[in-house]
Design a protein around this ligand. Structure first.
Ligand code: FCB
Length: 421
């Protein structure tokens, strides 16, 4: 029997947030970095205080016409000390999930969205197979607590983004810069996904499980230049296709430029997902050799002529279609698990929404859309500067106010949910 799409809810029209970016005061590896002044975007502090306002946020999603809400669980709140589970924190998420369910909104729960408990990197880092067991136990406990109201789970958000930023560039915790270690960490992340999926299935047999994969369009900076073209192709192969292939076949084999061979096999991967999630934002233009990095430079440019977002990302909805084709190679139903833009004035968001929805609305392979984000939040590297919210959050009072795009989102959603295929 197909676990997804759900027969009672064939299409999802949702909003997305992640725990650290909205909850506030979460004692994890990121907040340690924050205290040490290491976070590039400054302190996250109370974020949007969603830890105490989740139900209010759920109501805002409902007012925006959403029938689904993607949020994530803070592992550090659930397991503050290794093996010690905080029942009150589990209960907090349980109440929220139940609130959503009672409001007719499908909760979609992510287990890993970049942050870790403080003990993790010392006691069971991703370099060690112990990480796999630790994550599977966390998945087991969480699915056990939420299983009566949640049937949609995403064990990992953007494993490749985490891998590159956390273990190659060292820009986010744990701040490692080692191409040599990257293949092993990748292997453990995929193993952790599979082990978590198995644990969830034990607890919630009807669960629909997916991966949320960040996909990016790549173009040569100079269209005619063979090196730029080669780098764009290599980037696509590595960044977009590597994970699709891993979930399609249980094997992966690609080059992480300049010289890291990523190769492995895990036979349980294909059956570990019921849907494949695509997080899509923008396109990068590549130049090789680069002026800043020898392998190549990558930049956003306004080639499509729609203007850049507040954080300088190109708006390029037409690039979503070929990435959907690529993701479909995984052989699973697709969901757009994130898509959105930083646009404080809400000038570009209405057109952005319409153009992106047009790219998948009639595509029978795509079964849902989650907009990033419901509300303004803490952006990992840029703090509170970029405003991704359908709802604006006042930085002083943390009060939420609808941007005009809420009405656009609601109208598009009404049409999307009404049209049957
Ligand atoms: C994605 C992340 C999400 C948010 C958006 C803007 O890569 O998953 O948390 O930061 O980018």
């Amino acid at each position: 029997m197909l676990r997804f799409p759900f027969s009672d809810r064939p299409r999802l029209w949702g909003v997305a947030v992640s725990h650290y970016q909205v909850e506030g005061d979460d004692p994890c590896d990121w907040s340690e970095w924050e205290a040490a002044g290491r976070t590039r975007g400054g302190p996250c502090g109370p974020a949007a205080d969603s830890w105490s306002r989740y139900e209010e946020d759920g109501s805002l999603a409902q007012a925006a016409g959403a029938n689904a809400f993607r949020f994530s669980i803070s592992w550090s709140r659930i397991e503050p000390r290794r093996g010690d589970y905080a029942l009150d924190a589990l209960d907090r998420y349980r109440r929220f999930a139940l609130f959503l369910k009672n409001a007719g909104i499908e909760p979609a729960v992510t287990l890993f969205h970049y942050t870790h408990p403080r003990w993790f990197h010392a006691e069971s880092p991703w370099l060690s197979p112990a990480s796999v067991d630790a994550f599977a136990r966390f998945a087991d406990v969480t699915a056990g607590a939420l299983g009566d109201s949640v049937r949609m789970f995403i064990p990992l958000n953007e494993p490749l983004v985490f891998l590159l930023a956390g273990y190659l560039d060292g820009q986010i915790p744990p701040g490692v810069t080692s191409a040599r270690l990257v293949p092993r960490v990748f292997d453990h992340l995929l193993a952790a996904h599979a082990a978590a999926a198995a644990a969830i299935r034990e607890r919630v047999p009807q669960a629909a499980i997916g991966i949320a994969h960040n996909m990016m369009a790549f173009a040569p900076e100079r269209r005619w230049n063979p090196l730029d073209r080669l780098l764009a192709r290599t980037a696509h192969r590595c960044y977009n296709r590597g994970i699709v292939e891993a979930f399609a076949t249980g094997r992966w084999n690609f080059l992480l430029p300049p010289a890291t061979r990523m190769r492995g096999r895990r036979d349980d991967l294909p059956a570990s997902i019921d849907f494949f999630g695509v997080n899509f934002y923008s396109r990068l233009h590549l130049r090789s050799p680069g002026r800043e990095r020898i392998v190549g430079d990558f930049r956003y440019r306004d080639r499509a002529g729609r203007g850049l977002t507040d954080n300088g990302w190109e708006i390029v909805p037409e690039a979503l279609t070929p990435l959907i084709d690529e993701a479909a190679q995984a052989g699973k139903p697709l969901v757009i698990t994130e898509n959105g833009l930083a646009d404080a004035d809400d000038r570009l968001r209405p057109g952005f929404l319409r153009d992106h929805v047009r790219a998948f609305a009639d595509d029978p392979r795509v079964h849902g859309y989650f907009h990033w984000s419901l509300l303004d939040n803490y952006e990992w590297l840029d703090g509170f500067g970029p405003r991704f919210g359908l709802y604006e959050v006042d930085r002083t009072t943390l009060e939420r106010r609808a941007r005009p795009s809420v009405a656009v989102f609601r109208d598009l959603g009404r049409r999307y949910l009404a049209s049957s295929r």
